[in-house]
Design a protein around this ligand. Structure first.
Ligand code: B12
Length: 221
């Protein structure tokens, strides 16, 4: 029912993930979070036109779209969370784009989307949706409402492709395939963030780029 609600209200894809056992980071910031054993991944497809406009730098249009989609996702997960609460369960909304320090969010949307089976992680470090490639933004709802969860996505999506690595102006992408043993080996977060801050301050306050998002062949299909 929650899935139908989210899809009816504008989500492009919705998946359920079992996050029990993967809450250690969350527990450092959120006392009592162990009861949130389930998570809902909310995927919102980006405007192709807004993404296609990105060249070797982002655009004002992409930045505004990023902000609008973030606000939309935050509202959507609030509405679904209120419905979860009406049914007698609890939830934590994980905002679309909130950092809590050290290049990290309260919980990783990519973890939820991948565990829900909606897609995998590419060499770019981005979540690649099976339907839309990386041209999506994500939100998550953590909950104690028991859900029938999807099967985690395990396939390698990139093979020999290194387009994102060769086009990244920050040289932040290592070219290594995603692996659960070393999930953070794909992207140098500091290099990515520093480049955006130094070069794109006037376009998107230094928080957007999108070159890897635009050029991934999975999103061009
Ligand atoms: C802080 C932050 C940044 C930082 C650090 C990036 C980073 N990758 O950590 C900086 C400023 C550099 C950044 C840059 C960008 N960001 Co950013 N960012 C975030 C934010 C707010 C938190 C990320 C975080 O917690 N990082 C900590 C690391 C450890 O986690 P992670 O890399 O996000 O995810 C890893 C785990 O999920 C792990 N994993 C996967 N499956 C499993 C399973 C298990 C069991 C475990 C333990 C782990 C695991 O693999 C992933 C990759 O290493 C998220 C929102 C969120 N709450 O998730 C958005 C988010 C990751 N950003 C996003 C985007 C689009 C961007 C940019 C393109 C900028 C832009 N908007 O134009 C670039 C892209 C860089 C790139 N190639 O990935 C999107 C990604 C969408 C997608 N398709 O993947 C997100 C999800 C926001 C959103 N609402 O959609 N970002």
């Amino acid at each position: 029912m929650i899935k139908e609600f989210l899809l009816k209200n504008g989500a492009s894809e919705v998946g359920y993930a079992l996050i029990d056992g993967h809450q250690s980071e969350l527990l450092k910031h959120y006392e009592g979070a162990e009861k949130y054993k389930y998570a809902i991944s909310v995927v919102v497809r980006l405007s192709g036109g807004a993404v296609d406009g990105i060249t070797d730098k982002p655009t004002h249009t992409y930045f505004q779209h990023y902000r609008t989609v973030n606000a939309f996702i935050d509202r959507l997960i609030l509405m679904a969370g209120m419905e979860i609460q009406r049914q007698g369960y609890d939830y934590i909304p994980v905002a679309a784009s909130q950092s809590i320090g050290g290049y990290t969010g309260l919980f990783q949307h990519k973890t939820v989307a991948r565990l829900a089976g909606l897609g995998g992680i590419g060499k770019s470090g981005l979540f690649i949706s099976k339907k839309y490639g990386p041209r999506v933004r994500l939100g998550s709802i953590l909950t104690n409402m028991p859900l029938e969860c999807g099967t985690p996505f395990e396939e390698d999506l990139c093979g020999d492709c290194n387009i994102c690595r060769s086009l990244c102006p920050a040289m932040a992408i290592s070219g290594k395939s995603f692996s659960l043993d070393n999930p953070d080996d794909t992207l140098d977060r500091h290099a990515c963030s520093t480049y955006m801050k130094e070069h794109f301050k006037d376009i998107g306050r230094g928080v957007v780029c999108g070159i890897c998002v635009k050029n991934c062949p999975h999103g061009l299909k």
